[in-house]
Design a protein around this ligand. Sequence first.
Ligand SMILES: Nc1ncnc2c1ncn2[C@@H]1O[C@H](COP(=O)(O)OP(=O)(O)OP(=O)(O)O)[C@@H](O)[C@H]1O
Ligand SMILES: [Mg+2]
Length: 328
Amino acid sequence: MTETSQPMIVIDNLVKRFGPFTAVGGVSFSVAKGEVLGFLGPNGAGKSTTMKMVTGYLAPTDGKISVCGHEVGIETLAAQREIGYLPEGAPAYVDMTPLEFLRFIADVRGLKGAEAKKAIDRAVARTEIGGVLEQTIDTLSKGFRRRVGLAQAILHDPAVLIMDEPTDGLDPNQKYAVRKLIEEMAPEKAIIISTHILEEVDAICSRALIIDRGAIVADGTPAELMARSRYHNAVTLVMPAAQADGAREALGALPGVAEIESVTRGEDVSFTVFQAGGAEGDTLLIDEVAQLARARNWTVRTLYREPGRLDEVFRRLTRSDTAKSEAA
Ligand SMILES: Nc1ncnc2c1ncn2[C@@H]1O[C@H](COP(=O)(O)OP(=O)(O)OP(=O)(O)O)[C@@H](O)[C@H]1O
Ligand SMILES: [Mg+2]
């Protein structure tokens, strides 16, 4: 999609070791303007460590990072000027009010006078923290502290945004608001977010990387990742359990059906029908299932073709035990 535009973040063979332990084991990728890259992976996979290196807060053991043409570690300040960073957890300056904190950050970012005020007003409006500006940060709820962190990250309208679990701790309304905000900002920026919320990937990411024990194990659009699921193109039929006698056999007798899963929920039973050849098989299975349901006079509550399940792909690719791997 945005492959033609110049990458704004280029990461080449990035490595971080802590003593004998390899937290990030040679990761390479780039992010172009307009892309929202979702960084997925189990706890301890190396997401935050990678983000800290990209933002210049942690020195890599090996590898190269360039942000808007500036190499981190050589032109670190120039690179950092282009970056807005939301670290994991809460902002550090807990004794300040959000307004004092944002004024301080504006100063650090070299914004003065009317320009600083405009930047602060915009960030406050976008993160909806106007109601808590005069209260010290340590007295704010977790979600508001997170939003203050976000306001700080977007304050100077950076070209590159690196956000470590931006919606962590937010209520559903604020999660929605932050996703909208990311979508609005996306066309003009290169954005990396980490998240444990897989729906978020489908909702806002143009591309996702799954990392496991410091290595990239998948890289693709959300649709491409979902296509790797065993549920991709499987057909799910929900019908009243009372009518389901013989249904499993009838579904199983359809040509090309390899396997059937069923779950009973209350009065209904849900069948998921997998075709031989898996996700690559013929996609007309849904028509056959629909015809069968009509012929048998089943009451169809729901009938759909599965796009694939990201959680299943994630589990399969990251199921490796969580024991720390030794440096290669
Ligand atoms: N300063 C450090 N010293 C030693 N080990 C560290 C240090 N910082 C991180 N690690 C280890 O590196 C690994 C990767 O940690 P990291 O915080 O990057 O994981 P993560 O993918 O962000 O996980 P989470 O989803 O829990 O946030 C972990 O095993 C962690 O314990
Ligand atoms: Mg982390």
